[in-house]
Design a protein around this ligand. Structure first.
Ligand code: F6R
Length: 369
């Protein structure tokens, strides 16, 4: 049932191109428009939405953090992202013009379910992004966009995360399409880019051997830090979460710009720091800033593990280890940048003799608050 792989996690990492393609299937028509008829919230309601609030836990929360960049950029609707466990306890401001997006692989996470119930009691519409047909969260939501990752068995979420990102992009683009924002051309271009993203994920998977080798050499480390900017920041958080849960290592993700406000004090000789570098095209200011961050930490002894786009030569002098990812539009980069971090965590867990599919103390679906 593991299809020749040692662990479900490895199988599920490998299944990502298909999971991504399946999640897009039938949702984009020949002209590059989105057909999300299954999202049964009438277009006139979506046109009146004045705030989006994403609620989720763990890895799904990281997908939500990335969704915020896409939603705000493509639709200009303000978007908040909140841990479901914190959401209702602070008496959030919700009304009928608020669209709440609840992201959950299992559809059974109690904190997320409670957030859904709370939002609906306040009159907000709730759209679930979920991987499990007929589970509780979609049943209690106004509408659902299913991710088509197939069953995810390993406790650590991988293919569900990538398909959650796809679903978030689809919702963001659909909102933009329905509301006719001035980004129409860009939206059509992104839909085209999204159609080829499964191929990019496949390409990354084909180049992971050096990442595995690197992970094995770090098996005796205690700490790994992760840095990113813009959408690379939630990717850094996700890389750190994977490492905590699988390798039982101290791992933290930071926004690279925050380094000098505290975390840089953690840098010491030979400390592994993974840096997710934004594309040098597009938002090049961010790229330049992160290159100087890499210089700063390296000057203080960090062992830099740099994830950067093919052709990005500026990072080469400062990278102790360089992991290449395909050229991808900025907002879609998490689709390819996350994959090496999954492989990295899985291999480190194996090297440390941990149970990859069943990390200690964790359950696949957390049905208590
Ligand atoms: C991390 C992981 C968890 C889940 C979280 C939410 O690898 O699997 O952090 O993402 O428990 O679960 P769902 O998506 O089922 O609501």
């Amino acid at each position: 049932e593991k299809g020749g792989y040692d662990y479900f996690m490895l199988k599920e990492i490998a299944e990502q191109p298909k999971a991504v393609a399946d999640t897009l299937l039938g949702r984009i028509d020949g002209s590059g428009s989105l057909t999300l008829d299954e999202v049964r919230i009438p277009p006139q309601v979506l046109r009146e939405v004045d705030k989006v609030v994403v609620v989720a836990c763990g890895t799904a929360f990281h997908a939500g953090l990335i969704a915020k960049y896409a939603i705000e950029h493509w639709t200009r609707i303000p978007c908040e992202v909140e841990l479901a466990s914190e959401f209702r306890y602070r008496d959030p401001i919700l009304d009928q013009q608020t669209l709440v997006i609840a992201i959950s692989q299992s559809g059974e996470t109690m904190d997320t379910l409670m957030a859904v119930r709370h939002a609906r009691e306040q009159g907000s519409r709730v759209l679930a992004i979920c991987n499990t047909n007929g589970s509780t969260i979609p049943r209690e939501s106004d509408a659902v966009l299913y991710t088509h990752a197939g069953p995810e068995v390993a406790v650590a979420s991988t293919k569900a995360f990538l398909t959650q990102l796809v679903a978030c992009y689809l919702v963001a683009l659909y909102l933009g399409q329905v509301r006719g924002t001035k980004w129409g051309d860009e939206i059509r271009a992104v839909v085209r880019d999204l159609s080829s993203i499964a191929g990019a994920v496949e390409q990354v998977l084909g180049t992971m051997e050096p990442v595995r080798e690197l992970a094995r050499t770090l098996a005796s480390k205690n700490t790994v830090l992760f840095l990113g900017r813009h959408v690379g920041y939630p990717v850094a958080l996700e890389g750190a979460l994977k490492l905590k849960e699988l390798a039982y290592m101290h791992a933290e993700g930071f926004a690279a710009g925050e380094l000098k406000h505290g975390p840089i004090a953690l840098i010491e000789e030979d400390l592994p720091v993974v840096v997710v570098v934004p594309s040098p095209r597009g938002r090049s200011v961010l790229h330049d800033k992160i290159v100087s961050n890499i210089q700063e930490i390296r000057a203080r002894g960090a062992r830099t593990i740099v994830i950067a786009e093919e052709g990005d030569e500026a990072v080469v002098p400062y990278a102790d280890h360089l992991i290449r990812i395909p050229v991808t539009p900025t907002l879609l980069q998490p689709m390819v940048a996350t994959v090496p971090l999954q492989v990295f965590a899985c291999e480190l867990a194996t090297a440390r003799g941990n149970e990859v599919d069943q990390p200690r103390n964790l359950a696949k679906s957390v049905t208590v608050e």
